[in-house]
Design a binder for this molecule. Structure first.
Ligand SMILES: [Mg+2]
Length: 268
């Protein structure tokens, strides 16, 4: 079992253990790597108080585990399926957050759920997932609140740069960030969201780079998509680009060698 969360039981334990297995790092080594990266970043923030240090965070899959959001949508969908699909409904109602892969068909198809029901589930998911109400089900990734708060306490400008869109998710996003204890509505905090749902996430982040530069000196960036991690590393090679190894889109490019990888923000 992974030392990152070795004394508790839950989704994030399994997530971290899978990470240790996948990276073939010993739990102790994985923990030390995470400690080293996060401590190095905090030390750099402390060393540059007059140069406006900036730390950038993605939300979904980085600060937040949004699988509970998907799970609630799926369970509600299954509850209203007609009797002829009761077996599919039982399978879906039996899912836990740890069972969810990136795409619904990857999760449901191997469990024998019919193609028709998968298509209906995908439609229900698309309707509800990107909404203010649904993101209240998200859970902060282990250690994320504490780390972001420490960055801010030590003088960093905290930027939440997310692929969520302002029309659909601004209200829910600000509410959950506030309720979960992340820095919000104080100086040196920026929440940057897509103006439209349709815009591509990585292209959106790419076109924001100049504006982010104006905030100060980029110290570190955190994202769960390799394409975004690589983008930030190439733009700010002196900063630390950190990949959260949680979930990523299928077909993601390989990480640039200089990008760090951590399973959570927990450092013991
Ligand atoms: Mg993300």
């Amino acid at each position: 079992m992974c030392a990152v969360r070795c004394d508790t039981v839950g989704v994030l334990v399994r997530q971290a253990c899978r990470w240790c297995n996948a990276t073939q790092l010993s739990p102790t080594r994985a923990l030390h790597m995470t400690q080293h990266i996060l401590t190095t970043i905090l030390d750099r923030v402390r060393s540059l108080p007059k140069q406006r240090p900036v730390v950038l965070f993605d939300l979904d899959g980085t600060l937040y585990d949004n699988r509970p959001r998907t799970l609630r949508i799926l369970h509600a969908f299954a509850a209203q399926l007609p009797r002829e699909h009761r077996k599919d409904a039982e399978v879906i109602r039996g899912l836990a957050a740890r069972d969810l892969l990136y795409r619904l068909d990857e999760t449901l198809s191997p469990r024998g759920v019919s193609h028709t029901v998968i298509e209906q589930a995908q439609q229900a998911w698309r309707t509800r997932f990107f909404t203010d109400a649904a993101c209240a089900d998200d859970v902060p990734v282990a250690g994320s609140v504490e780390f972001v708060r420490t960055c801010w306490d030590e003088g960093a400008t905290v930027v939440y740069l997310t692929g969520r869109d302002t029309p659909g998710m601004l209200l829910g996003t600000t509410r959950t960030l506030r309720d979960d204890g992340f820095p919000m509505a104080v100086p040196r905090v920026e929440l940057v969201m897509k103006p439209t749902f349709e815009e591509n996430d990585t292209l959106f982040k790419q076109r924001l780079l100049d504006l982010l530069d104006a905030l100060g000196v980029m110290i570190a960036s955190f994202d769960n998509e390799p394409a975004n991690c690589n983008l930030f590393h190439h733009r700010w090679p002196e900063s630390e680009s950190v990949f959260l190894d949680t979930q990523k889109a299928p077909g993601a490019p390989p990480l640039a060698p200089a990008v760090h990888s951590i399973p959570t923000f927990e450092i013991g």
